[in-house]
Design a protein around this ligand. Sequence first.
Ligand code: MIG
Length: 695
Amino acid sequence: MVRKFVFGEPIETEAVIDQVGIEVLQGGTSFPDQWQVVQAETLTLTHCMEPGERIYGLGESMRGINKRGFRYVSWNTDDPIHTEDKESLYGAHNFLVIQGGVCQGLFVDDPGRVSFDIGFTVLDRLEIRVDSGSANLYVIDGEDILDIVRQFRRIIGRSYIPPLWGMGYGQSRWSYPDVESVREVLRRHRENHIPLDAIYLDIDYMEKYMDFTVSEERFPEFAVIVSEMKQQGIHLVPIIDAGVKMEPGYRTYEEGLEKGYFCRKEDGNELVVGVWPGKTHFPDVLNPEAREWFGNSYQPLMDQGIDGFWNDMNEPAIFYTEDRLLDTFEQLKSFRNTDMDLQEFWRFVGLGPALQNNQEDYTLFYHNMNGTLVRHDRVHNLYGYNMTRAAGEAFDRLRPDQRILLFSRSSYVGMHRYGGIWTGDNQSWWSHILLSMHQMVGLNMCGFLFVGSDIGGFGSNASEDLVIRFTEWGLFTPLMRNHSSLGTVCQEGYAFSRPEIFAHIIGLRYLFLPYLYSEFMRAALQGEMYFYPLAFLYPGDEMACRVEDQLFVGQSMMIAPVYEQNARGRYVYLPEPMKLYRFRSVHEYDTEMLSQGHHYVNCELEEVLVFVRQNGMIPCTWFAEGEQPVNIDSVLKADSLCLMCYASEPIRYTLYRDNGLDKDYTAPGKWVSIETDEDGQVHVSDGNTKILHLI
Ligand code: MIG
């Protein structure tokens, strides 16, 4: 049951799109009594948490899967240092579920600043503060957490589905700045038998960082390059930044200016922001007309054969504004006659850093929302969402039958309908493998299924073993992309001493893909999770509820990645007996039966652990002896499957199979039923699929 409580004068975010069956109530009245509500200038909700209550959700945020014990602030921020004290990252996902005493979901739909103090200031107190004082609060009651998630997902609409090649392995780097370096990335992957489907183009492919342009010098005849890559099974995926360069003669700039589609200040002038291209304007993607226009700007690249994009800097990130810079010059003057005391010193050195993402800058400009001017800080968390929506809606208009790859850095609930996200600038730190595992759960809960983190870590120098372990986790994330920053060591699989390890473990992605894709589609079409924490599947098992470093991928497969330096194994907890597969390549593995309870399992650097649940079945691509996957075609062309199974009785699995390109997701014939009978024989409902082996 979903109830909507309206407080103050909420802003319509279009996060919730299906209002059918939702009871609408005015704020305050009959609000569930486990909450205390205070409505003054801000709106505050307080709940006293029982010792056994766990709080799940909040999408992309720091810390554990159970969010108890910290304060989180929804305020989309470009902050590349994800240490555990950070309250805000790139997204605002104000959905949480209380599990334990009560079982209740709550979505705080407000695009301004919202904070969640979950036992941080006071151990057992959960306090939610909505700064604007207005919000639509959706309260969801259900049988259990999965039921609540399903109801929430129904009202926010179906998740974005990428083309299947977008679930292949992608290699990225800031930057592969010219066609030669792109060709080399491809060549070295193929030489080392590391499968690859996509190469990402970071900002240097553009002409002077101007969106929708391509450098003639570094990528001459771009369309020819794109098609040359396609012929070799590679998709090029360019980045698009939020800021549009102020450059006379540049079409996007001239058009946006002429039509009044850029964000303006109170004085009517466009806000001038310094980002990568120098002086830029922000397209007003909250204005439906401007959004349509900005979306159409992707077309020229699509006409050159591009079928995937990633949207960056859309918090929106501000290096500095013209206004702040002038103000800083003024303040600098006051240091002329300084007596050089320490207060002065701190004030002085603080002037530079205060330029970046300055909160005041977010109060300087306005959005035209259906004729009403709304100051940016009131709707800050909607920017990345609507930039990506601009693209997503344009793709639906321009290429109605084709799936286009799309993911974004910044987001809000609702953006999950248009694209996926990556978790931004993580670091080559061991702790960030675990962080990524934690983030996936909260993200899945609010519909973000096509998600992943920069494999190997974006910032800092990566070591070979770290990238290997990171990849062993990343091969289960729907978006599987290795990406790293300018100025750090190269971290492509071939850049290290043992490229064969990368070939083997990345190959496993293509081995498991029939199952991973199927679970992805089930999650998208039925409002399910893709990654489940153990607590969601075994809520009655107290020990299972405590586990935060193992996840289920779908309901048949449990994973327990190794995320510690020098570890050659780890402890796992099994809520029920399982069959462990320890993989070294698509051909090499051993198995072990494990009982319910705690175990220490070995896992060498080049090994990947997969646990199959009782009566679970995991359909995999069948690779003949000596055959190694090259790209997604190796999966699509294979008409045979092998099954990882753990069953003592007949079992059944429904597998989603299609060409990975069309958008008629629910057309008949896409779900294939695979059954085993009493004699261990396998039956498939679709004549084209052969099952070769039970493994
Ligand atoms: O200010 O385009 O998160 O993935 O490589 C940095 C350069 C801008 C931030 C993105 C990162 C990307 C980088 N960008």
